[in-house]
Design a protein around this ligand. Structure first.
Ligand code: FES
Length: 120
C-alpha cells in the first residue's frame, strides 16, 4: 500500500488505461509520462494515476490534467512527454485539448459531441 505526500503537487495527470486506450498505447504513454517526470525531477510537482475508462474512447489515448480540468485526446508517448513539459511551465498542449474546466462546467473544445447521459 502506497501513501504519497502530495502537499507540493501542482498537477495531477489521470492517464486512461481503459481497454480502448490500452489498444492505443496507454501503457507506453503512462511509462513515457512517468519517465519524463523523473527526468525533469518533477515528482513532487506532478502526480500521475492510471484510470479505467473515462467515457471518451473515441479520443484514445485520453489524459486528463487537474486542477485545470483539461482533457487531452490522441496522446502518444511523445505527446505525453510534451504534456508533462507544458504543465510544468504552466502551459497547455492546445492542439490536443478536448475539454477544459471553466470553473462551472466542462467546456467543449475539439471534441466529438458524444451521447447525452440518461436522466437520473
Ligand atoms: S478506454 Fe480510455 S476513454 Fe475509454
Amino acid at each position: 500500500m502506497t501513501t504519497w505526500n502530495l502537499q507540493e503537487t501542482r498537477c495531477h495527470l489521470l492517464i486512461c488505461n481503459g481497454g480502448s486506450c490500452m489498444m492505443r498505447q496507454a501503457d507506453e504513454v503512462t511509462q513515457a509520462i512517468r519517465e519524463e517526470i523523473a527526468t525533469l525531477g518533477a515528482d513532487k510537482e506532478i502526480h500521475t494515476t492510471r484510470t479505467r475508462c473515462n467515457g471518451r474512447c473515441v479520443d484514445a489515448c485520453v489524459v486528463i490534467a487537474y486542477p485545470d480540468g483539461i482533457w487531452y485526446k490522441d496522446i502518444t508517448p511523445e505527446l505525453g512527454r510534451a504534456v508533462v513539459r507544458k504543465h510544468l511551465s504552466g502551459d497547455r498542449l492546445e492542439e490536443h485539448m478536448v475539454y477544459s474546466f471553466d470553473r462551472q462546467f466542462i467546456a467543449s473544445g475539439l471534441s466529438v459531441a458524444g451521447t447525452d447521459k440518461a436522466p437520473r
